[in-house]
Design a protein around this ligand. Structure first.
Ligand code: AMP
Ligand code: GLY
Length: 423
């Protein structure tokens, strides 16, 4: 079987690594891929948003199965383009990816189908949104409706800060069209857990849990990023919490989407807050998280192609999803200055020390080849993942392994998985 992976970050590298393990796969292409993905796939420099070129490429190479991994192309209908061309594809159509692409849509869906989430209002008008702030208490949670690289959520401690935030989003259009609407949401407290679920539109199969660290600095300080590190499983995702979520969140959401005529096939990423009143949904994504994928996928026992194909075919009920009884920690190595401004193009050394080192992985996020060398090419550069018999061992292994890699301006958080000690 020939497989095309659309995307070029750490998530796609983790997916490509798993696809390469499948005995069913003879050839992997990636568009655009990166220097790490190139170890297992032939990379073609096509933009993830160029549906026409991607479909033409898949046809030319007689690709049997396509995996569309990132949020932007899913929201823009790139999975639809492959499906409409008759190519089997993993990833939701745009009319289902909207569960991530519009926060107002997902909030309205949750309200209509009684899926636990924070109370909220949606505004298209700055003055009305500003007036609403007078009726609620701090902290204020403001969310730009559309996709904003995970940066469109503001938690404001004072009303002045919230007014400033509203102005940035709605008037100055800091996030572009994503700020045409704003969701103002009740502030929730508790532990955060991410649970990624496979779905074929009817059946839903939750994967093992994970936790991301979104802020740039140690102790959860600094700006929000795409994610600075993850661990899996979450010790706070107890069997009781899992049961609640299975009964009230995962299946209910997939059923709601089907009832709305928006059959969801792919990965439904449920960002959860374990509040004192029970688990509630923070957000949905229509894809694997990054770096969540970098800890969840290495722990999966199944052949990823079997599972993804079952999602596309509507036969997920026949798959028994299995994960190793171990733990994984991923520490993101970034370029100093991320997520604001940073330099690129520095040579990366030490990558070879990961070759054939069992239980250790280095997934490339922002890298490329230059003059035969691998150089930094993004804010998030590499994810270093290590397995362990438990979370503590995995964390120690991961931090030890970060020492093997060096490049100028290397930056990382030193407290990934600190919550493990509080469990
Ligand atoms: P989201 O992209 O919606 O997951 O939001 C990004 C981050 O903002 C989450 O991971 C939470 O840490 C925080 N957040 C979002 N919504 C809320 C809320 N209603 N209450 C408290 N924190 C929130
Ligand atoms: N790590 C969070 C995300 O992928 O959205």
């Amino acid at each position: 079987m020939k497989v095309l992976i659309v995307g070029g970050g750490g998530r796609e590298h983790a997916i490509a690594w798993a696809v390469a393990k499948s005995p069913r796969v003879d050839k992997i292409y990636a568009a655009p891929g990166n220097a790490g993905i190139a170890e297992v796939a032939e990379c073609e420099d096509i933009s993830v948003m160029d549906a026409e070129k991607l479909v033409a490429f898949a046809k030319e190479k007689e690709v049997d199965f396509v995996i569309v991994a990132p949020d932007d192309p899913l929201a823009a209908g790139v999975a639809d383009a492959f499906l409409d061309a008759g190519i089997k594809t993993f990833g939701p159509r745009a009319n289902a990816a909207i569960i991530e692409a519009s926060k107002a849509f997902s909030k309205d869906l949750m309200k209509k189908y009684d899926i636990p989430s924070a109370a909220y209002e949606v505004f298209e008008d700055y003055d009305k949104a500003a007036a609403y702030l007078d009726t609620i208490k701090a902290p204020y949670v403001l969310k730009a409706d559309g996709l904003a690289l995970g940066k469109g959520v503001l938690i404001c401690q004072t009303k002045d800060e919230a007014l400033e935030g509203l102005k940035n989003i709605m008037v100055d259009k800091q996030f572009g069209d994503a700020g045409d609407k704003v969701v103002i949401e009740e502030f929730m407290t508790g532990r955060e857990v991410s649970v990624l679920c496979y779905s074929d539109g009817k059946t839903v199969k939750p994967m093992t849990s994970a936790q991301d660290h979104k802020r740039a600095g140690d102790g959860d300080t600094g700006l929000n990023t795409g994610g600075m590190g993850t661990f899996s499983p979450s010790p706070f995702y107890t069997p009781e919490v899992q049961k609640f979520c299975e009964e009230n969140i995962y299946q209910r959401t997939i059923d709601a989407m089907r009832q709305e005529g928006r059959e969801f096939k792919g990965v439904l990423f449920c960002g959860l807050m374990l509040t004192p009143d029970g688990p509630k949904v923070l957000e949905f994504n229509a894809r694997f998280g990054d770096p969540e994928a970098q800890v969840v996928i290495p722990r999966m026992k199944n052949d990823i192609i079997d599972v993804m194909e079952a999602c596309a075919d509507g036969t997920l009920d026949q798959i028994e999803l299995e994960f190793e009884d171990n733990a994984a920690v991923c520490v993101m190595l970034a370029s100093d200055g991320y997520p604001v401004s940073y330099k690129k193009g520095f040579e990366i050394s030490g990558l070879d020390s990961f070759k054939d080192k069992e239980g250790y992985y280095v997934f490339h996020s922002g890298t490329k080849f230059a003059d035969g060398k691998v150089v930094t090419n993004g804010g998030r550069v590499l994810g270093v993942t290590a397995l362990g018999k438990d979370l503590k061992e995995a964390r120690a292994n991961a931090y030890e392994a970060t020492e093997l890699i060096s490049f100028d301006n290397k930056y990382m958080r030193h407290d990934i998985g600190k919550a493990i000690d509080e469990a």
